[in-house]
Ligand binder design. Structure first.
Ligand SMILES: Cc1cc2nc3c(=O)[nH]c(=O)nc-3n(C[C@H](O)[C@H](O)[C@H](O)COP(=O)(O)OP(=O)(O)OC[C@H]3O[C@@H](n4cnc5c(N)ncnc54)[C@H](O)[C@@H]3O)c2cc1C
Length: 264
């Protein structure tokens, strides 16, 4: 680990000032990704701005048909929240099945989406549910937030403060886990809303994406059988030691069907 200045602001205003003034500052949330990166000397920030002592960034609330989750809320808190379990059960299940207990008790929703790991679970929920990302500067639709592999629309001094999820009629998530890390080799989130069905896939491609053909079929008939014979092309999918692109394409249909089956 290289040397850095550690800062622990007590408010969002202090944090935004600290990140704006730092020469090459980095936000620290749960540290589950950032700390190993620093230990391996893969990054050399001048300052770490720890969001851990800003109470306003934590917590879950419901206002009408919107559930808002503070950026520093841990995966364990989202998974155990009776409010989320009732309003968006697919989201609660997703959060409760991220990594292992240590990761779930430190990792945060803000850290996860800011990192935009192609195998992370949350991006699928944000895209399928049509969530809005609140930052220190603006509000962004999930579709505009996730830009590419480990890439988001965030500016270097911009901080995610919360994520707002519209409450769907039904929601479900199924994933094919990497057996060691539990990251999604493929994860599929299905949301049934008044405006139609949305299907978002993580793990399979460089960044999260929707599957319009599946959505159209499920709009006509919300049943796993509606996806019979439908597949996505393997062309632009990820291939690594865990799964080939073709296998990932196959898993997308299998896990989309499982998600629908669990809901239908
Ligand atoms: C062993 C292991 C297994 C895992 N398994 C899974 C899994 O199954 N599924 C899954 O989805 N994830 C998994 N993860 C990732 C984990 O869930 C964390 O969400 C992830 O590491 C990042 O969250 P964090 O809060 O720890 O962020 P940090 O590590 O603190 O930060 C990550 C990055 O985001 C930036 N950042 C953090 N918060 C903000 C913010 N509010 N605004 C702007 N930028 C910010 C940081 O500067 C940094 O670049 C796993 C991690 C580990 C180590």
């Amino acid at each position: 680990m290289y040397e850095f200045n550690y800062q622990s602001p007590k408010s969002l205003a202090e944090a935004t000032q600290a990140i704006a003034q730092a020469e090459d500052g980095k936000i620290l949330a749960g540290g589950m990704t950032l700390v190993p990166t620093l230990k391996q000397r893969l990054a050399r920030p001048s300052d770490l701005i720890d969001l851990g002592r800003i109470p306003d960034l934590k917590g879950i609330r419901r206002d009408g048909d919107t559930v808002t989750i503070g950026a520093m809320t841990t995966h364990a808190e989202v998974g155990a929240s009776s409010l989320v379990q009732q309003a968006i059960p697919g989201l609660a299940w997703l959060a409760g099945n991220i990594g292992d207990p240590a990761v779930r008790n430190r990792g945060t929703i803000g850290g996860s989406i800011s990192n935009n790991d192609p195998a992370a679970d949350y991006p699928a929920a944000l895209l399928a549910l049509g969530a809005t990302v609140h930052t220190s500067k603006r509000q962004l639709a999930a579709a505009d937030f996730f830009v590419g592999m480990f890439e988001t629309a965030l500016e270097p001094d911009e901080i995610v403060t919360a994520v707002a999820f519209p409450v769907p009629q039904k929601s479900g998530y199924q994933k094919f886990r990497n057996p060691a890390s539990r990251y999604a080799v493929v994860g599929v989130f299905v949301a049934k809303t008044a405006a139609g069905v949305r299907v978002a896939v993580t793990g399979a491609g460089p960044s999260v994406f929707r599957v319009p053909e599946f959505e159209a079929a499920l709009d006509k008939n919300f049943a796993a059988a509606a996806l019979d014979g439908l597949t996505i092309p393997a062309d632009d999918l990820n291939a690594d030691i865990h799964a080939s692109a073709e296998y990932r394409a196959h898993l997308v249909t299998v896990f989309a069907k499982r998600a629908v089956q669990a809901l239908a």
